[in-house]
Design a protein around this ligand. Sequence first.
Ligand code: PEP
Length: 246
Amino acid sequence: MIIANWKCNGSKQMISTWFAEFTEKYASKEGSYIGIAPPMIYLEYVKRIIAENSLEIKLGTQDLDASNGARTGAISAEMILDCECNFSIVGHSERRQYFDEKNSTIKEKIHKLIDVATPILCVGETSEENKNNLTEEVISKQLEVLEGLNFQNKIVIAYEPVWAIGTGMTPSKEEINEIHKFIKDVVQSSSINSLRPRVLYGGSVNEENCENFFKSEFVDGALIGGASLDGSSFAKIVTSFNGSYK
Ligand code: PEP
């Protein structure tokens, strides 16, 4: 599973160029899950281009709101379903940092979303927490938002160390593998039906380093920010993933 998070980037022109470059390099593989989370205002535009090119790419949102009605600027889980989105990112560190999102809000969002689309829950420690060996403690706390959910096989976790996002730094592949196993174990042991979730890695993944991560036993794919803004780079990452697709 490879997900592009375009964040607040792009324009119609950029998106047209992106797809022209992507389709030139992209080789699809049955069963592999590729998704794009564009800025919400471009969802329909991206959807049209995907359909015109007969591409097997799922669409998702970068966030949602747990309520509807008098919530200016927000979108609801019902709208995500209505627009045939397949997934939504929830609890990205930028939402936690710039929009002051707490675990309690993230929990409400996931509980709303779970019935209509796949939540991709982002977890990860700051640089400070990493230095103080608090990674597992922080992640365990963040995973508590899943308590009480019957998530079948829908839930996906993205391990995104905050210090690795957009910085060019990454943990080693051994460290990533270890944390992914930890996340799978924690979710499985707290899941009522013993579900072992897919876990994606996110943080400075690019076409050069991606293969290294994809070969790891507990890495089920990647959530990609910066490198997903270039259609050709993203196609190369997807191709690398498809080559090591388990
Ligand atoms: C992200 O913000 O989800 C992310 C993974 O960003 P980048 O790939 O740019 O580090």
